[in-house]
Design a protein around this ligand. Structure first.
Ligand code: PEP
Ligand code: MN
Length: 351
């Protein structure tokens, strides 16, 4: 069995960037001492959003990783973005390669990496692209698979958005869940560090990934996080990582207990029943919307009436609150319902 599937959950950790030989070695020793880390990560070439910041130590850092592996036995993983970087990493015995989010967005780059991987046997992890485009993520994986790489994994690192939110990169869990559904055999690893961009919520995101049956975690760690040359705000020491992993409640997807399965089955039947009812009600709602569409058509009235839409939304959010449904959910749900109504009315108006 390959390294990515050997242990579930797989724990990958190490600095955002390899900075000095000493830092790489000390990190490796302290990570190995936790007894919980399976692979050490370190960025050698760093894709930075703006020029002028630390862009990675480059090929010179690869022997440091080789040495760290020799000392601790930890396999090492490095990000690659070009064919040359693939060659260099392989030359220095890197065990696992990963493709970064800024590379997955670019099919030319992924193809160049794939071409450099032809005839090579090395596990490759593919991070989700920066933008929430599932097909781009799939395409990246397909290019690498077509090059003959058999051991593939996916890393969910969140999606960039405009403006400040709680997260550095919005998790959009549903996209990772959809990838898991489409490719059940491919390990899905969560990257709380790049999702959070800060330390205080790492634990919660890691826990959520485990609750969603992810196959592993990749978490940045540094011997002196505050003084890290990149991503200082999100890194933690190997010892804090150990505490974090100990505090996580590990869950399994399944157990053998008959009683558990029967109880679950009953509740699932209820869910199916309720879903059927919801669909019925939605269909009835759309029929009413169609009737309204007829009236609007006959009277030459626009489909969208902003006041009415505001009123519907406010009403729904208020009611949803009373019923324990979040504003965010109600807004998304009503948006989807509203868009479907508009589409249905559009058909009528223009028929
Ligand atoms: C990284 O892992 O340090 C990195 C650059 O991540 P991403 O590609 O997810 O931004
Ligand atoms: Mn980083």
């Amino acid at each position: 069995m390959g390294i990515l599937l050997q242990k579930a959950p797989l724990i990958i950790s190490g600095p955002c960037s390899a900075e000095t030989e000493e830092q790489v070695m000390q990190t490796a020793i302290r990570l190995a001492a936790t007894g919980r880390v399976d692979i050490m990560r370190a960025g050698i070439w760093k894709p930075r959003t703006r020029p002028g910041s630390f862009e990675g130590i480059g090929t010179k850092g690869l022997p440091w990783l080789q040495q760290a592996k020799k000392e601790t036995g930890l396999p090492v993983a490095v990000e690659v973005a070009t064919g040359k970087q693939v060659e260099d990493a392989l030359h220095f015995g890197v065990d696992v390669l990963w493709i970064g989010a800024r590379t997955t967005v670019n099919p030319f780059s992924v193809q160049e990496i794939a071409d450099a991987l032809r005839g090579v046997k090395v596990p490759v992890l593919i991070k989700n692209p920066l933008n929430p485009d599932l097909e781009l993520w799939v395409g990246g994986m397909e290019r690498i698979a077509k090059a003959g790489i058999e051991e593939l994994g996916l890393i969910h690192r969140g999606f960039s958005s405009y403006g400040n939110t709680e997260y550095r990169n919005a998790p959009m869990w549903h996209l990772a869940i959809e990838m898991k559904r489409r490719y059940p055999g491919i390990p899905m690893i969560n990257d709380p560090s790049h999702i959070c961009g800060r330390r205080d919520i790492l634990q919660a995101v890691a826990q959520q990934a485990i609750d969603l049956d992810f196959d592993g975690l990749i978490i940045e760690s540094h011997i002196d996080p505050d003084n890290a040359w990149s991503d200082a705000k999100q890194q933690i020491t190997p010892e804090v990582l150990k505490e974090m992993l100990e505090a996580i409640r590990w869950r399994k997807e399944n157990i053998a207990s008959e009683e558990f399965h029967m109880a679950l089955e009953k509740l699932r039947q209820q869910i199916n029943q309720l879903d059927d009812e919801l669909l019925q009600v939605l269909s009835t709602r759309m029929k009413v919307a169609q009737k309204i569409g007829e009236y609007k058509k006959n009277n030459d009235i626009t489909i969208l009436q902003t006041n009415r839409w505001n009123e519907i939304l406010e009403r729904a959010v208020a009611k949803g609150n009373v019923l324990g449904l979040s504003d965010d959910f109600i807004t998304k749900y009503m948006d989807a319902v509203h868009m479907e109504s508009i589409q249905q009315q559009n058909k009528i108006m223009n028929s």
